[in-house]
Design a protein around this ligand. Structure first.
Ligand code: ADP
Length: 417
């Protein structure tokens, strides 16, 4: 009999985040992060449940060394990778292409396919692969499961996944709409159904995952039928540093008229746009603070200018959000709930209020008091009379990865042979 714990690893380009979850009681015996991997001084923080975090700075020159440090920290608390309680490692993998529609037990062939997808996810899949390979080396006997950000969106109908371009070109280069944040959209849409006291198969939900990256999805009866991110996470909503939707001709124009290279335009749209590009701050807290500080008459001209650019950034952000909500009402036909999640969605009441304002005709309404009230768990922020519920549902991608991983390995071990 295997243990009940799952180690969730999220290997990003310069960081590894981890959480150890116990599926017997959903407790989290440990969590931590290794940041600035490959820089001169990396930062490590390990937090045992109920204990004091252990922090240090040292050089960690790659994902291999980072995971070795994580394994050593876990071992110090008696939670090492060889502990009998550990059932599996669940890895977040950003891009699973069309092939991976569900969590998948890692083997050589699966690794090769994740590698083949590197051209469509050049920033993410190499780091995810490095994490999996190191973990396989450190714990060769342990089942390792890849949980893909794209998997939940593979149910999108072909007409939602296709770009209207020559299919021969598109297919030769795997150009289509994949969508991301799928683990979060899956978790939040299910929790929203629970909050409404109904089965996921009975409800249609619009999920708005608003973190630093942001995406919307239309979920019909538990299946994703459309989402705002596309070939890459650049498409769709306005984000912390990404432009979201833009006329593709802007790229040609900047290349031809401004003489910018493809890489420069890539950096502009992915790293220097969105809220940051519009007003100089990518953190919604700061955008809201600047808008507020401009509301009084204490500040000078500089403050007024700063407040005005923050207000414009906010308005552009919210306008795009409202357009997607409206579009997904059209896609779904009937909507039971609009659910806000992730850093901005869970915490920024003004964004929620503004995004839903004026949509009463479609059904969703935000109750001002419920919207402002702070609370940890999933909650409704619409009045009982609203035809369409509006909810705040905190996301928990680690729990979802652990749940999917555990279901797969316990299902696998239950099989005969
Ligand atoms: P990531 O996409 O990196 O996982 P999160 O989902 O944690 O990010 O969201 C991070 C963002 O959430 C921050 O950049 C900030 O803009 C926003 N945020 C966090 N807390 C608040 C808050 N109290 N009010 C407004 N925005 C917030």
């Amino acid at each position: 009999m295997r243990g009940t714990r799952v180690l969730v690893l999220n290997s990003g380009s310069s960081s590894v985040k981890y959480q150890l979850l116990d599926m017997a009681d959903h407790s989290r015996p440990a969590a931590g992060i290794v940041e600035r991997i490959g820089e001169r001084t990396s930062y490590l923080r390990h937090t045992p449940a109920g204990g004091t975090p252990r922090e240090r700075e040292e050089a960690v020159d790659g994902h291999g060394a980072a995971l070795e440090a994580v394994a050593a920290e876990l071992a110090r608390d008696g939670l090492g990778l060889d502990s009998p309680e550990l059932a599996a490692i669940g890895h977040r993998v950003v891009h699973g292409g069309r092939r991976f529609t569900a969590p998948t037990l890692v083997d050589d062939e699966v690794l090769a396919e994740i590698e083949r997808l590197v051209p469509v996810a050049p920033l993410h899949n190499p780091a995810n692969l490095a994490g999996i390979r190191t973990a396989l080396g450190l714990a060769p006997g342990l089942p390792q499961v890849a949980v893909f950000d794209t998997a939940f969106h593979t149910t999108m109908p072909e007409y939602a996944a296709r770009y209207a371009i020559d299919p021969a070109v598109a297919d030769a280069h795997r150009v289509r709409r994949y969508g991301f944040h799928g683990t979060s959209h899956a978790y939040v849409s299910r929790r929203t159904a629970e909050l409404l006291g109904r089965e996921p198969s009975e409800v249609n939900v619009i999920v708005l995952h608003l973190g630093n990256g942001a995406s919307a999805s239309a979920v019909a009866g538990g299946r994703c039928v459309d989402t705002s991110m596309g070939l890459t996470p650049l498409e769709g909503l306005v984000m912390g540093t990404r432009s979201g939707d833009i006329d593709p001709a802007v790229v040609f124009h900047l290349a031809r008229v401004a003489g910018m290279s493809v890489d420069e335009i890539d950096t502009l749209l992915n790293k220097r746009s969105g809220l940051l590009g519009l007003c100089g701050d990518n953190d919604m807290r700061e955008v809201l603070r600047r808008m507020d500080s401009g509301a009084g008459d204490a500040g000078g001209a500089g403050d007024a200018e700063s407040a005005a650019s923050a207000k414009l950034a906010f308005d552009v952000y919210v306008h795009r959000l409202r357009k997607y909500i409206g579009a997904y009402f059209a896609v779904l036909g009937r909507v039971d709930a609009v659910a806000f999640t992730a850093g901005v969605g869970e915490n920024a009441a003004p964004v929620r209020r503004a995004a839903v304002a004026g949509l009463e005709g479609l059904g969703p309404v935000v109750d001002p008091e419920l919207n402002e009230a702070r609370g940890g768990g999933p909650r409704l922020i619409s009045p009982a009379s609203a035809r369409v519920a509006v909810a705040v549902v905190p996301t928990d991608e680690e729990l979802e990865i652990a749940t999917q991983t555990y279901a797969l390995v316990t299902g696998a071990t239950a099989r005969p042979g």
